[in-house]
Design a protein around this ligand. Structure first.
Ligand code: GDP
Length: 177
């Protein structure tokens, strides 16, 4: 019941960052509702989604915020980052430019988000392996350079989505100890 849903040990707010079209909204809906849409996000219009998970016998309420298109105008304000403990930076493995822009996104996050924020890099759309332009090794080396964890996912067929988010939230949880 709703009373039970409101009992939690931790509330973790995270943001999804990255170029438009890389799959941020669909990663969020796949993870929180097991839903995927081929339509553009204007028709979805979700600002954030919640989910409750168990980590280490503790209940963590997760709030995952989508940029709702703000990234198009490069106008992600520090208000968006208020209270966030994590940022998942997403690129599309078939769009090299979206990978190159991750450097900028990471720096943006480090400038505007609270210090000690946990960052995870995600290369999405691995179901499109045949038209991949960003090599796994290349992205992996890049992530190591920044000391962040890297996952490849598919919001379309669910590959690694659960795993990437769980790892992200586990890292956030470790910081609370
Ligand atoms: P956002 O702008 O970053 O939020 O991206 P969206 O979630 O709106 O996705 C942009 C487009 O990519 C949509 O047409 C999605 O259906 C598609 N898409 C998202 N994730 C995947 C994926 O893992 N694989 C494939 N093939 N398409 C995806």
């Amino acid at each position: 019941d709703s009373d039970n849903n409101d009992k939690y040990d931790f509330l973790f707010k995270i943001v999804l960052i990255g170029d438009s079209g890389v799959g941020k909204t669909n990663l969020m809906t796949r993870y929180t509702r097991n839903e995927f849409s081929t339509k553009s996000k204007t028709t979805i219009g979700v600002e954030f989604a919640s989910k409750t998970i168990k980590i280490d016998d503790k209940i963590a309420k997760l709030q995952i915020w989508d940029t709702a298109g703000q990234e198009r105008y490069r106008a992600i304000t520090s208000a968006y980052y208020r209270g966030t403990v994590g940022a998942v930076i997403v690129f599309d493995i078939t769009k090299y430019e979206s990978f190159e822009n991750c450097r900028k996104w990471i720096e943006e996050v480090r400038e505007n988000a609270p210090p000690n924020i946990t960052i995870t890099l995600v290369g999405n759309k691995i179901d499109l392996e045949s038209i991949r332009t960003v090599g796994n090794e290349k992205a992996s080396t890049f992530a190591k350079e920044y000391g962040i964890t890297f996952f490849e996912t598919s919001a379309l067929n669910s590959t690694n989505v659960e795993k990437a988010f769980y790892d992200h939230f586990s890292n956030i949880y470790q910081q609370t100890k």
